[in-house]
Design a protein around this ligand. Structure first.
Ligand code: TRP
Length: 360
């Protein structure tokens, strides 16, 4: 078995485990505490909406306590300045709330990790539980270094996966909805939990090993149809875009020269991706959308996509506008989130100090 086989095998095992957990969630929601998060690097797009935000809303509505960490320190891993971080954090919160995440239900807490000192303090003991060579091997970190073309790599870049373990374990999250690229980080988090218990736990389980939850919805591609939708690839439709901007972007989306529209994600990636987005917005099956369009070709496909996506996004965009005017509410959401996360992190740090005999 070569490395790729191993990776695929691990991935399909994780996928299978994720489906099992999803079944169990509906039966025993109170056994779970979700911790998930994003780097506040810019506005969210429909890839985020259909890929992860809707899932978070689903968890929330099935009664699971959810912590959403805004990983503001982590922004510095691949750039020297965090940019207008205050604005980005605010916009991120607005994107969350407009998409249906609702901190007023007492179940969801949104917090920037820089505001929780006890979480950050956990990084120190955790750093003694991982080897330099382990950090060096992390495939996601390596990819990010290459993608950003970094010449000087900060220690922060190497250790951010350990910091991420502190995000998760400080609030004792046991379920982490993530994309495939985050699996190495979650493996490391599990390792840290295990090693902490072994080294300092005295037979007590201080940290349970959290599990990854991989989404079952396939990634949507950007409007170039070539790669994942992302801000840096200039192929995204942002939640904050207007209906007109959305129409213009879709007009320029790449298609192919075959007139009849049918769904074939292998050989007709671009067209199939557009069909997929229509399907996500309307709930109609991709094949049925394609059949409806038939010989009317990609112009008609784009027209249908524009209409259905704009209709789907209209209430989200309306709510975005309202929230934009309500700075006090956004501040309030964050301060409640920070308070809640801190209460958990304080308890966790105290347990950690006790286990390490570092209470004086
Ligand atoms: N690294 C994640 C990303 O880039 C963001 C993140 C930070 C995160 N802390 C986390 C995700 C904890 C899950 C759990 O998307």
């Amino acid at each position: 078995m070569d490395n790729n086989d191993l990776e695929n095998k691990t991935f399909s095992a994780s996928l299978q485990r994720s489906r099992e957990i999803e079944q169990d969630i509906t039966k025993n929601p109170s056994n779970y505490r979700v911790l998930t998060g994003d780097r506040p690097t810019g506005p969210l797009h429909i890839g985020h909406l259909f890929g992860s935000l809707q899932n978070r809303v689903k968890f929330q509505n099935s009664g699971i306590e959810t912590f959403i960490v805004i990983a503001d320190y982590q922004v510095l891993t691949d750039r020297e300045s965090a940019g207008d971080i205050a604005k980005n954090v605010k916009e991120l919160v607005i994107d969350y709330l407009a998409s249906g995440i609702d901190p007023d239900n007492q179940k969801t807490s949104i917090f920037p990790h820089s505001q929780v000192p006890e979480l950050n303090q956990l990084l120190v003991p955790f750093l003694f539980l991982v080897g330099n060579s382990e950090l060096d091997r992390n495939p996601t970190v390596k990819e990010e270094i290459t993608a950003a073309g970094l010449k000087n790599i900060s220690a922060g870049m190497y250790v951010y996966p350990v910091h991420q373990a502190a995000d998760i374990l400080s609030v004792k999250g046991n379920l982490v909805p993530v994309g495939k690229d985050q699996l190495p980080h979650l493996e490391l988090c599990r390792l840290i939990a295990r090693r902490f218990n072994k080294r300092f736990g005295n037979d007590k389980v201080i940290f349970k090993e959290p599990e990854a939850l991989l989404s079952s919805s396939p990634n949507i591609l950007g409007l170039d149809g070539a790669q994942k939708m992302s801000k840096s690839r200039n192929n995204a439709i942002f939640l904050s875009a207007t209906a007109d901007e959305t129409a213009k972007l879709i007009k320029k989306a790449k298609t192919d020269s075959i007139k009849t529209i049918y769904f074939d994600p292998k050989d007709r990636t671009e067209v199939s991706n557009l069909l997929h987005i229509v399907s996500l917005a309307t709930g109609e099956a991709v094949e049925s959308v394609a059949e409806r369009i038939g010989d009317e070709g990609s112009a008609r496909l784009k027209q249908i996509l524009t209409e259905s996506l704009n209709e789907y996004l209209a209430p989200i965009r309306k709510r975005r506008k309202e929230l934009q005017e309500d700075e006090q509410y956004i501040r309030d959401v964050l301060s409640r989130g920070i308070q809640r996360a801190r209460a958990e992190a304080v308890k966790t740090l105290s347990e950690v100090r006790q286990a390490m005999s570092m209470e004086f």
